[in-house]
Design a protein around this ligand. Structure first.
Ligand SMILES: Nc1ncnc2c1ncn2[C@@H]1O[C@H](COP(=O)(O)OP(=O)(O)OP(=O)(O)O)[C@@H](O)[C@H]1O
Length: 327
């Protein structure tokens, strides 16, 4: 007799093979009705059963379909809630920036390649901030790469500031104010971008630690070694801005757009204006959501192995409020 498990197929999609498994979902390479390959993210059954996790998935689907930018992973179609919940997004055969770094086995990326990837991530983040969104989980595992270009993905923790959201982050990348249990903001995303930039340019993260507590102490009280000491080839203006992005106080950090402009300038490009908020958001309203519902028109990386004494993976997402409640 067939086992009594729910049918998790998604009408209109042919599942090809498993790309990856996150904490909350399975990601398959799939073919849509037009024969296009997509990454199809399907929540785990336990995700659908837990209200908070199901809401988080629904939030990810809605925001993924709402945003459209060359450096934010594009959503094609999705269903936010229910047994057939899914989101279909652009498939990245090269995987994540975390995979790319792992494949280079500890070698730093060539400077120009690193700056290009960083300019792309900063550009995607600038777009989100202009729309009033906070990403909350900028890290190598959530940046997808393709031919030397990058796009920011995984909007599971993202929220629109006008609607409010719960602060969270990943311990290696999390801003001091999040560790203190304060609200996240565009400035806390900039801090995470600063960690990512430091990691790519310097070859190591600004703060090390095997436990959540070690990392918290480091992010709250210590200053990273000067980036130029790790890599003297980094242009001074970049090193200075990345260090400013790691400022302990949110108000001392530059905007994501300042980082974008600086990365592009040192690549020898005249940075185009990404435009004021109204341009990013035609008519002053949020961009029209793409089809939510049945299929529309048209896969934990190995970089975070450490575990805290509580058994929590320090590389995984962290919600300081939930932690305080349970401890
Ligand atoms: N667009 C994509 N293209 C290629 N591979 C992908 C894509 N999206 C996800 N994957 C693969 O699937 C894995 C799991 O995806 P993801 O991290 O988004 O799942 P998740 O359930 O949201 O994880 P978590 O809840 O831990 O953030 C990724 O690490 C990656 O290997």
């Amino acid at each position: 007799m067939a086992p009594m498990t729910a049918d998790r197929s998604i009408p209109g999609y042919k599942l090809l093979h498993l790309l990856g498994r996150g904490h909350t979902s399975l990601v398959h390479l799939a073919q849509d009705a037009r024969g296009q390959q997509v990454a199809l993210k399907i929540p785990l059954e336990e995700t659908l059963r837990a209200q908070e996790a199901a809401e988080r998935f629904g939030n990810e689907v809605r925001l993924t379909l709402q945003f459209r930018h060359p450096h934010v992973v594009q959503g094609y179609a999705g269903t936010p809630f229910g047994p057939k919940a899914f989101v279909a997004v652009r498939y990245y055969p090269e995987g994540t920036l975390c995979d790319l770094l792992a494949a280079r086995a500890g070698e730093r990326l060539p400077l120009e390649e690193a700056l290009r990837l960083l300019a792309d991530v900063a550009s995607g983040l600038t777009y989100l901030h202009r729309l009033g969104a906070v990403h909350q989980d900028v890290k190598t595992q959530n940046v997808y790469v393709d031919g030397g270009r990058a796009a920011l993905g995984d909007l599971g923790s993202a929220y629109l500031t006008a609607q409010g959201g719960q602060s969270s982050g990943s311990p290696y990348y999390m801003a001091p104010e999040i560790y203190r249990g304060e609200s996240s903001s565009a400035a806390s995303d900039v801090y995470s971008l600063g960690v990512l930039a430091y990691e790519l340019l310097g070859g190591q993260r600004p703060h090390q630690g095997d436990t959540y507590e070690d990392l918290m102490a480091a992010h709250l009280t210590r200053f990273a070694p000067p980036l130029l000491r790790l890599n003297p080839a980094v242009p001074r203006v970049v090193a200075r801005l990345v260090e400013l992005a790691l400022a302990k106080r949110p108000q001392d950090r530059p905007k994501a757009d300042a980082l974008r402009r600086t990365f592009l300038a040192v690549l020898g490009e005249v940075p185009e204006d990404e435009g004021p908020e109204e341009d990013a958001c035609p008519g002053g309203a949020a961009p029209a959501p793409r089809q939510v519902g049945r299929h529309g028109q048209s896969a934990p990386a190995p970089c975070s192995p450490e575990t805290s004494p509580t058994g929590e993976k320090v590389g995984s997402r962290w919600n300081p409020f939930r932690r305080r409640k349970s401890s």
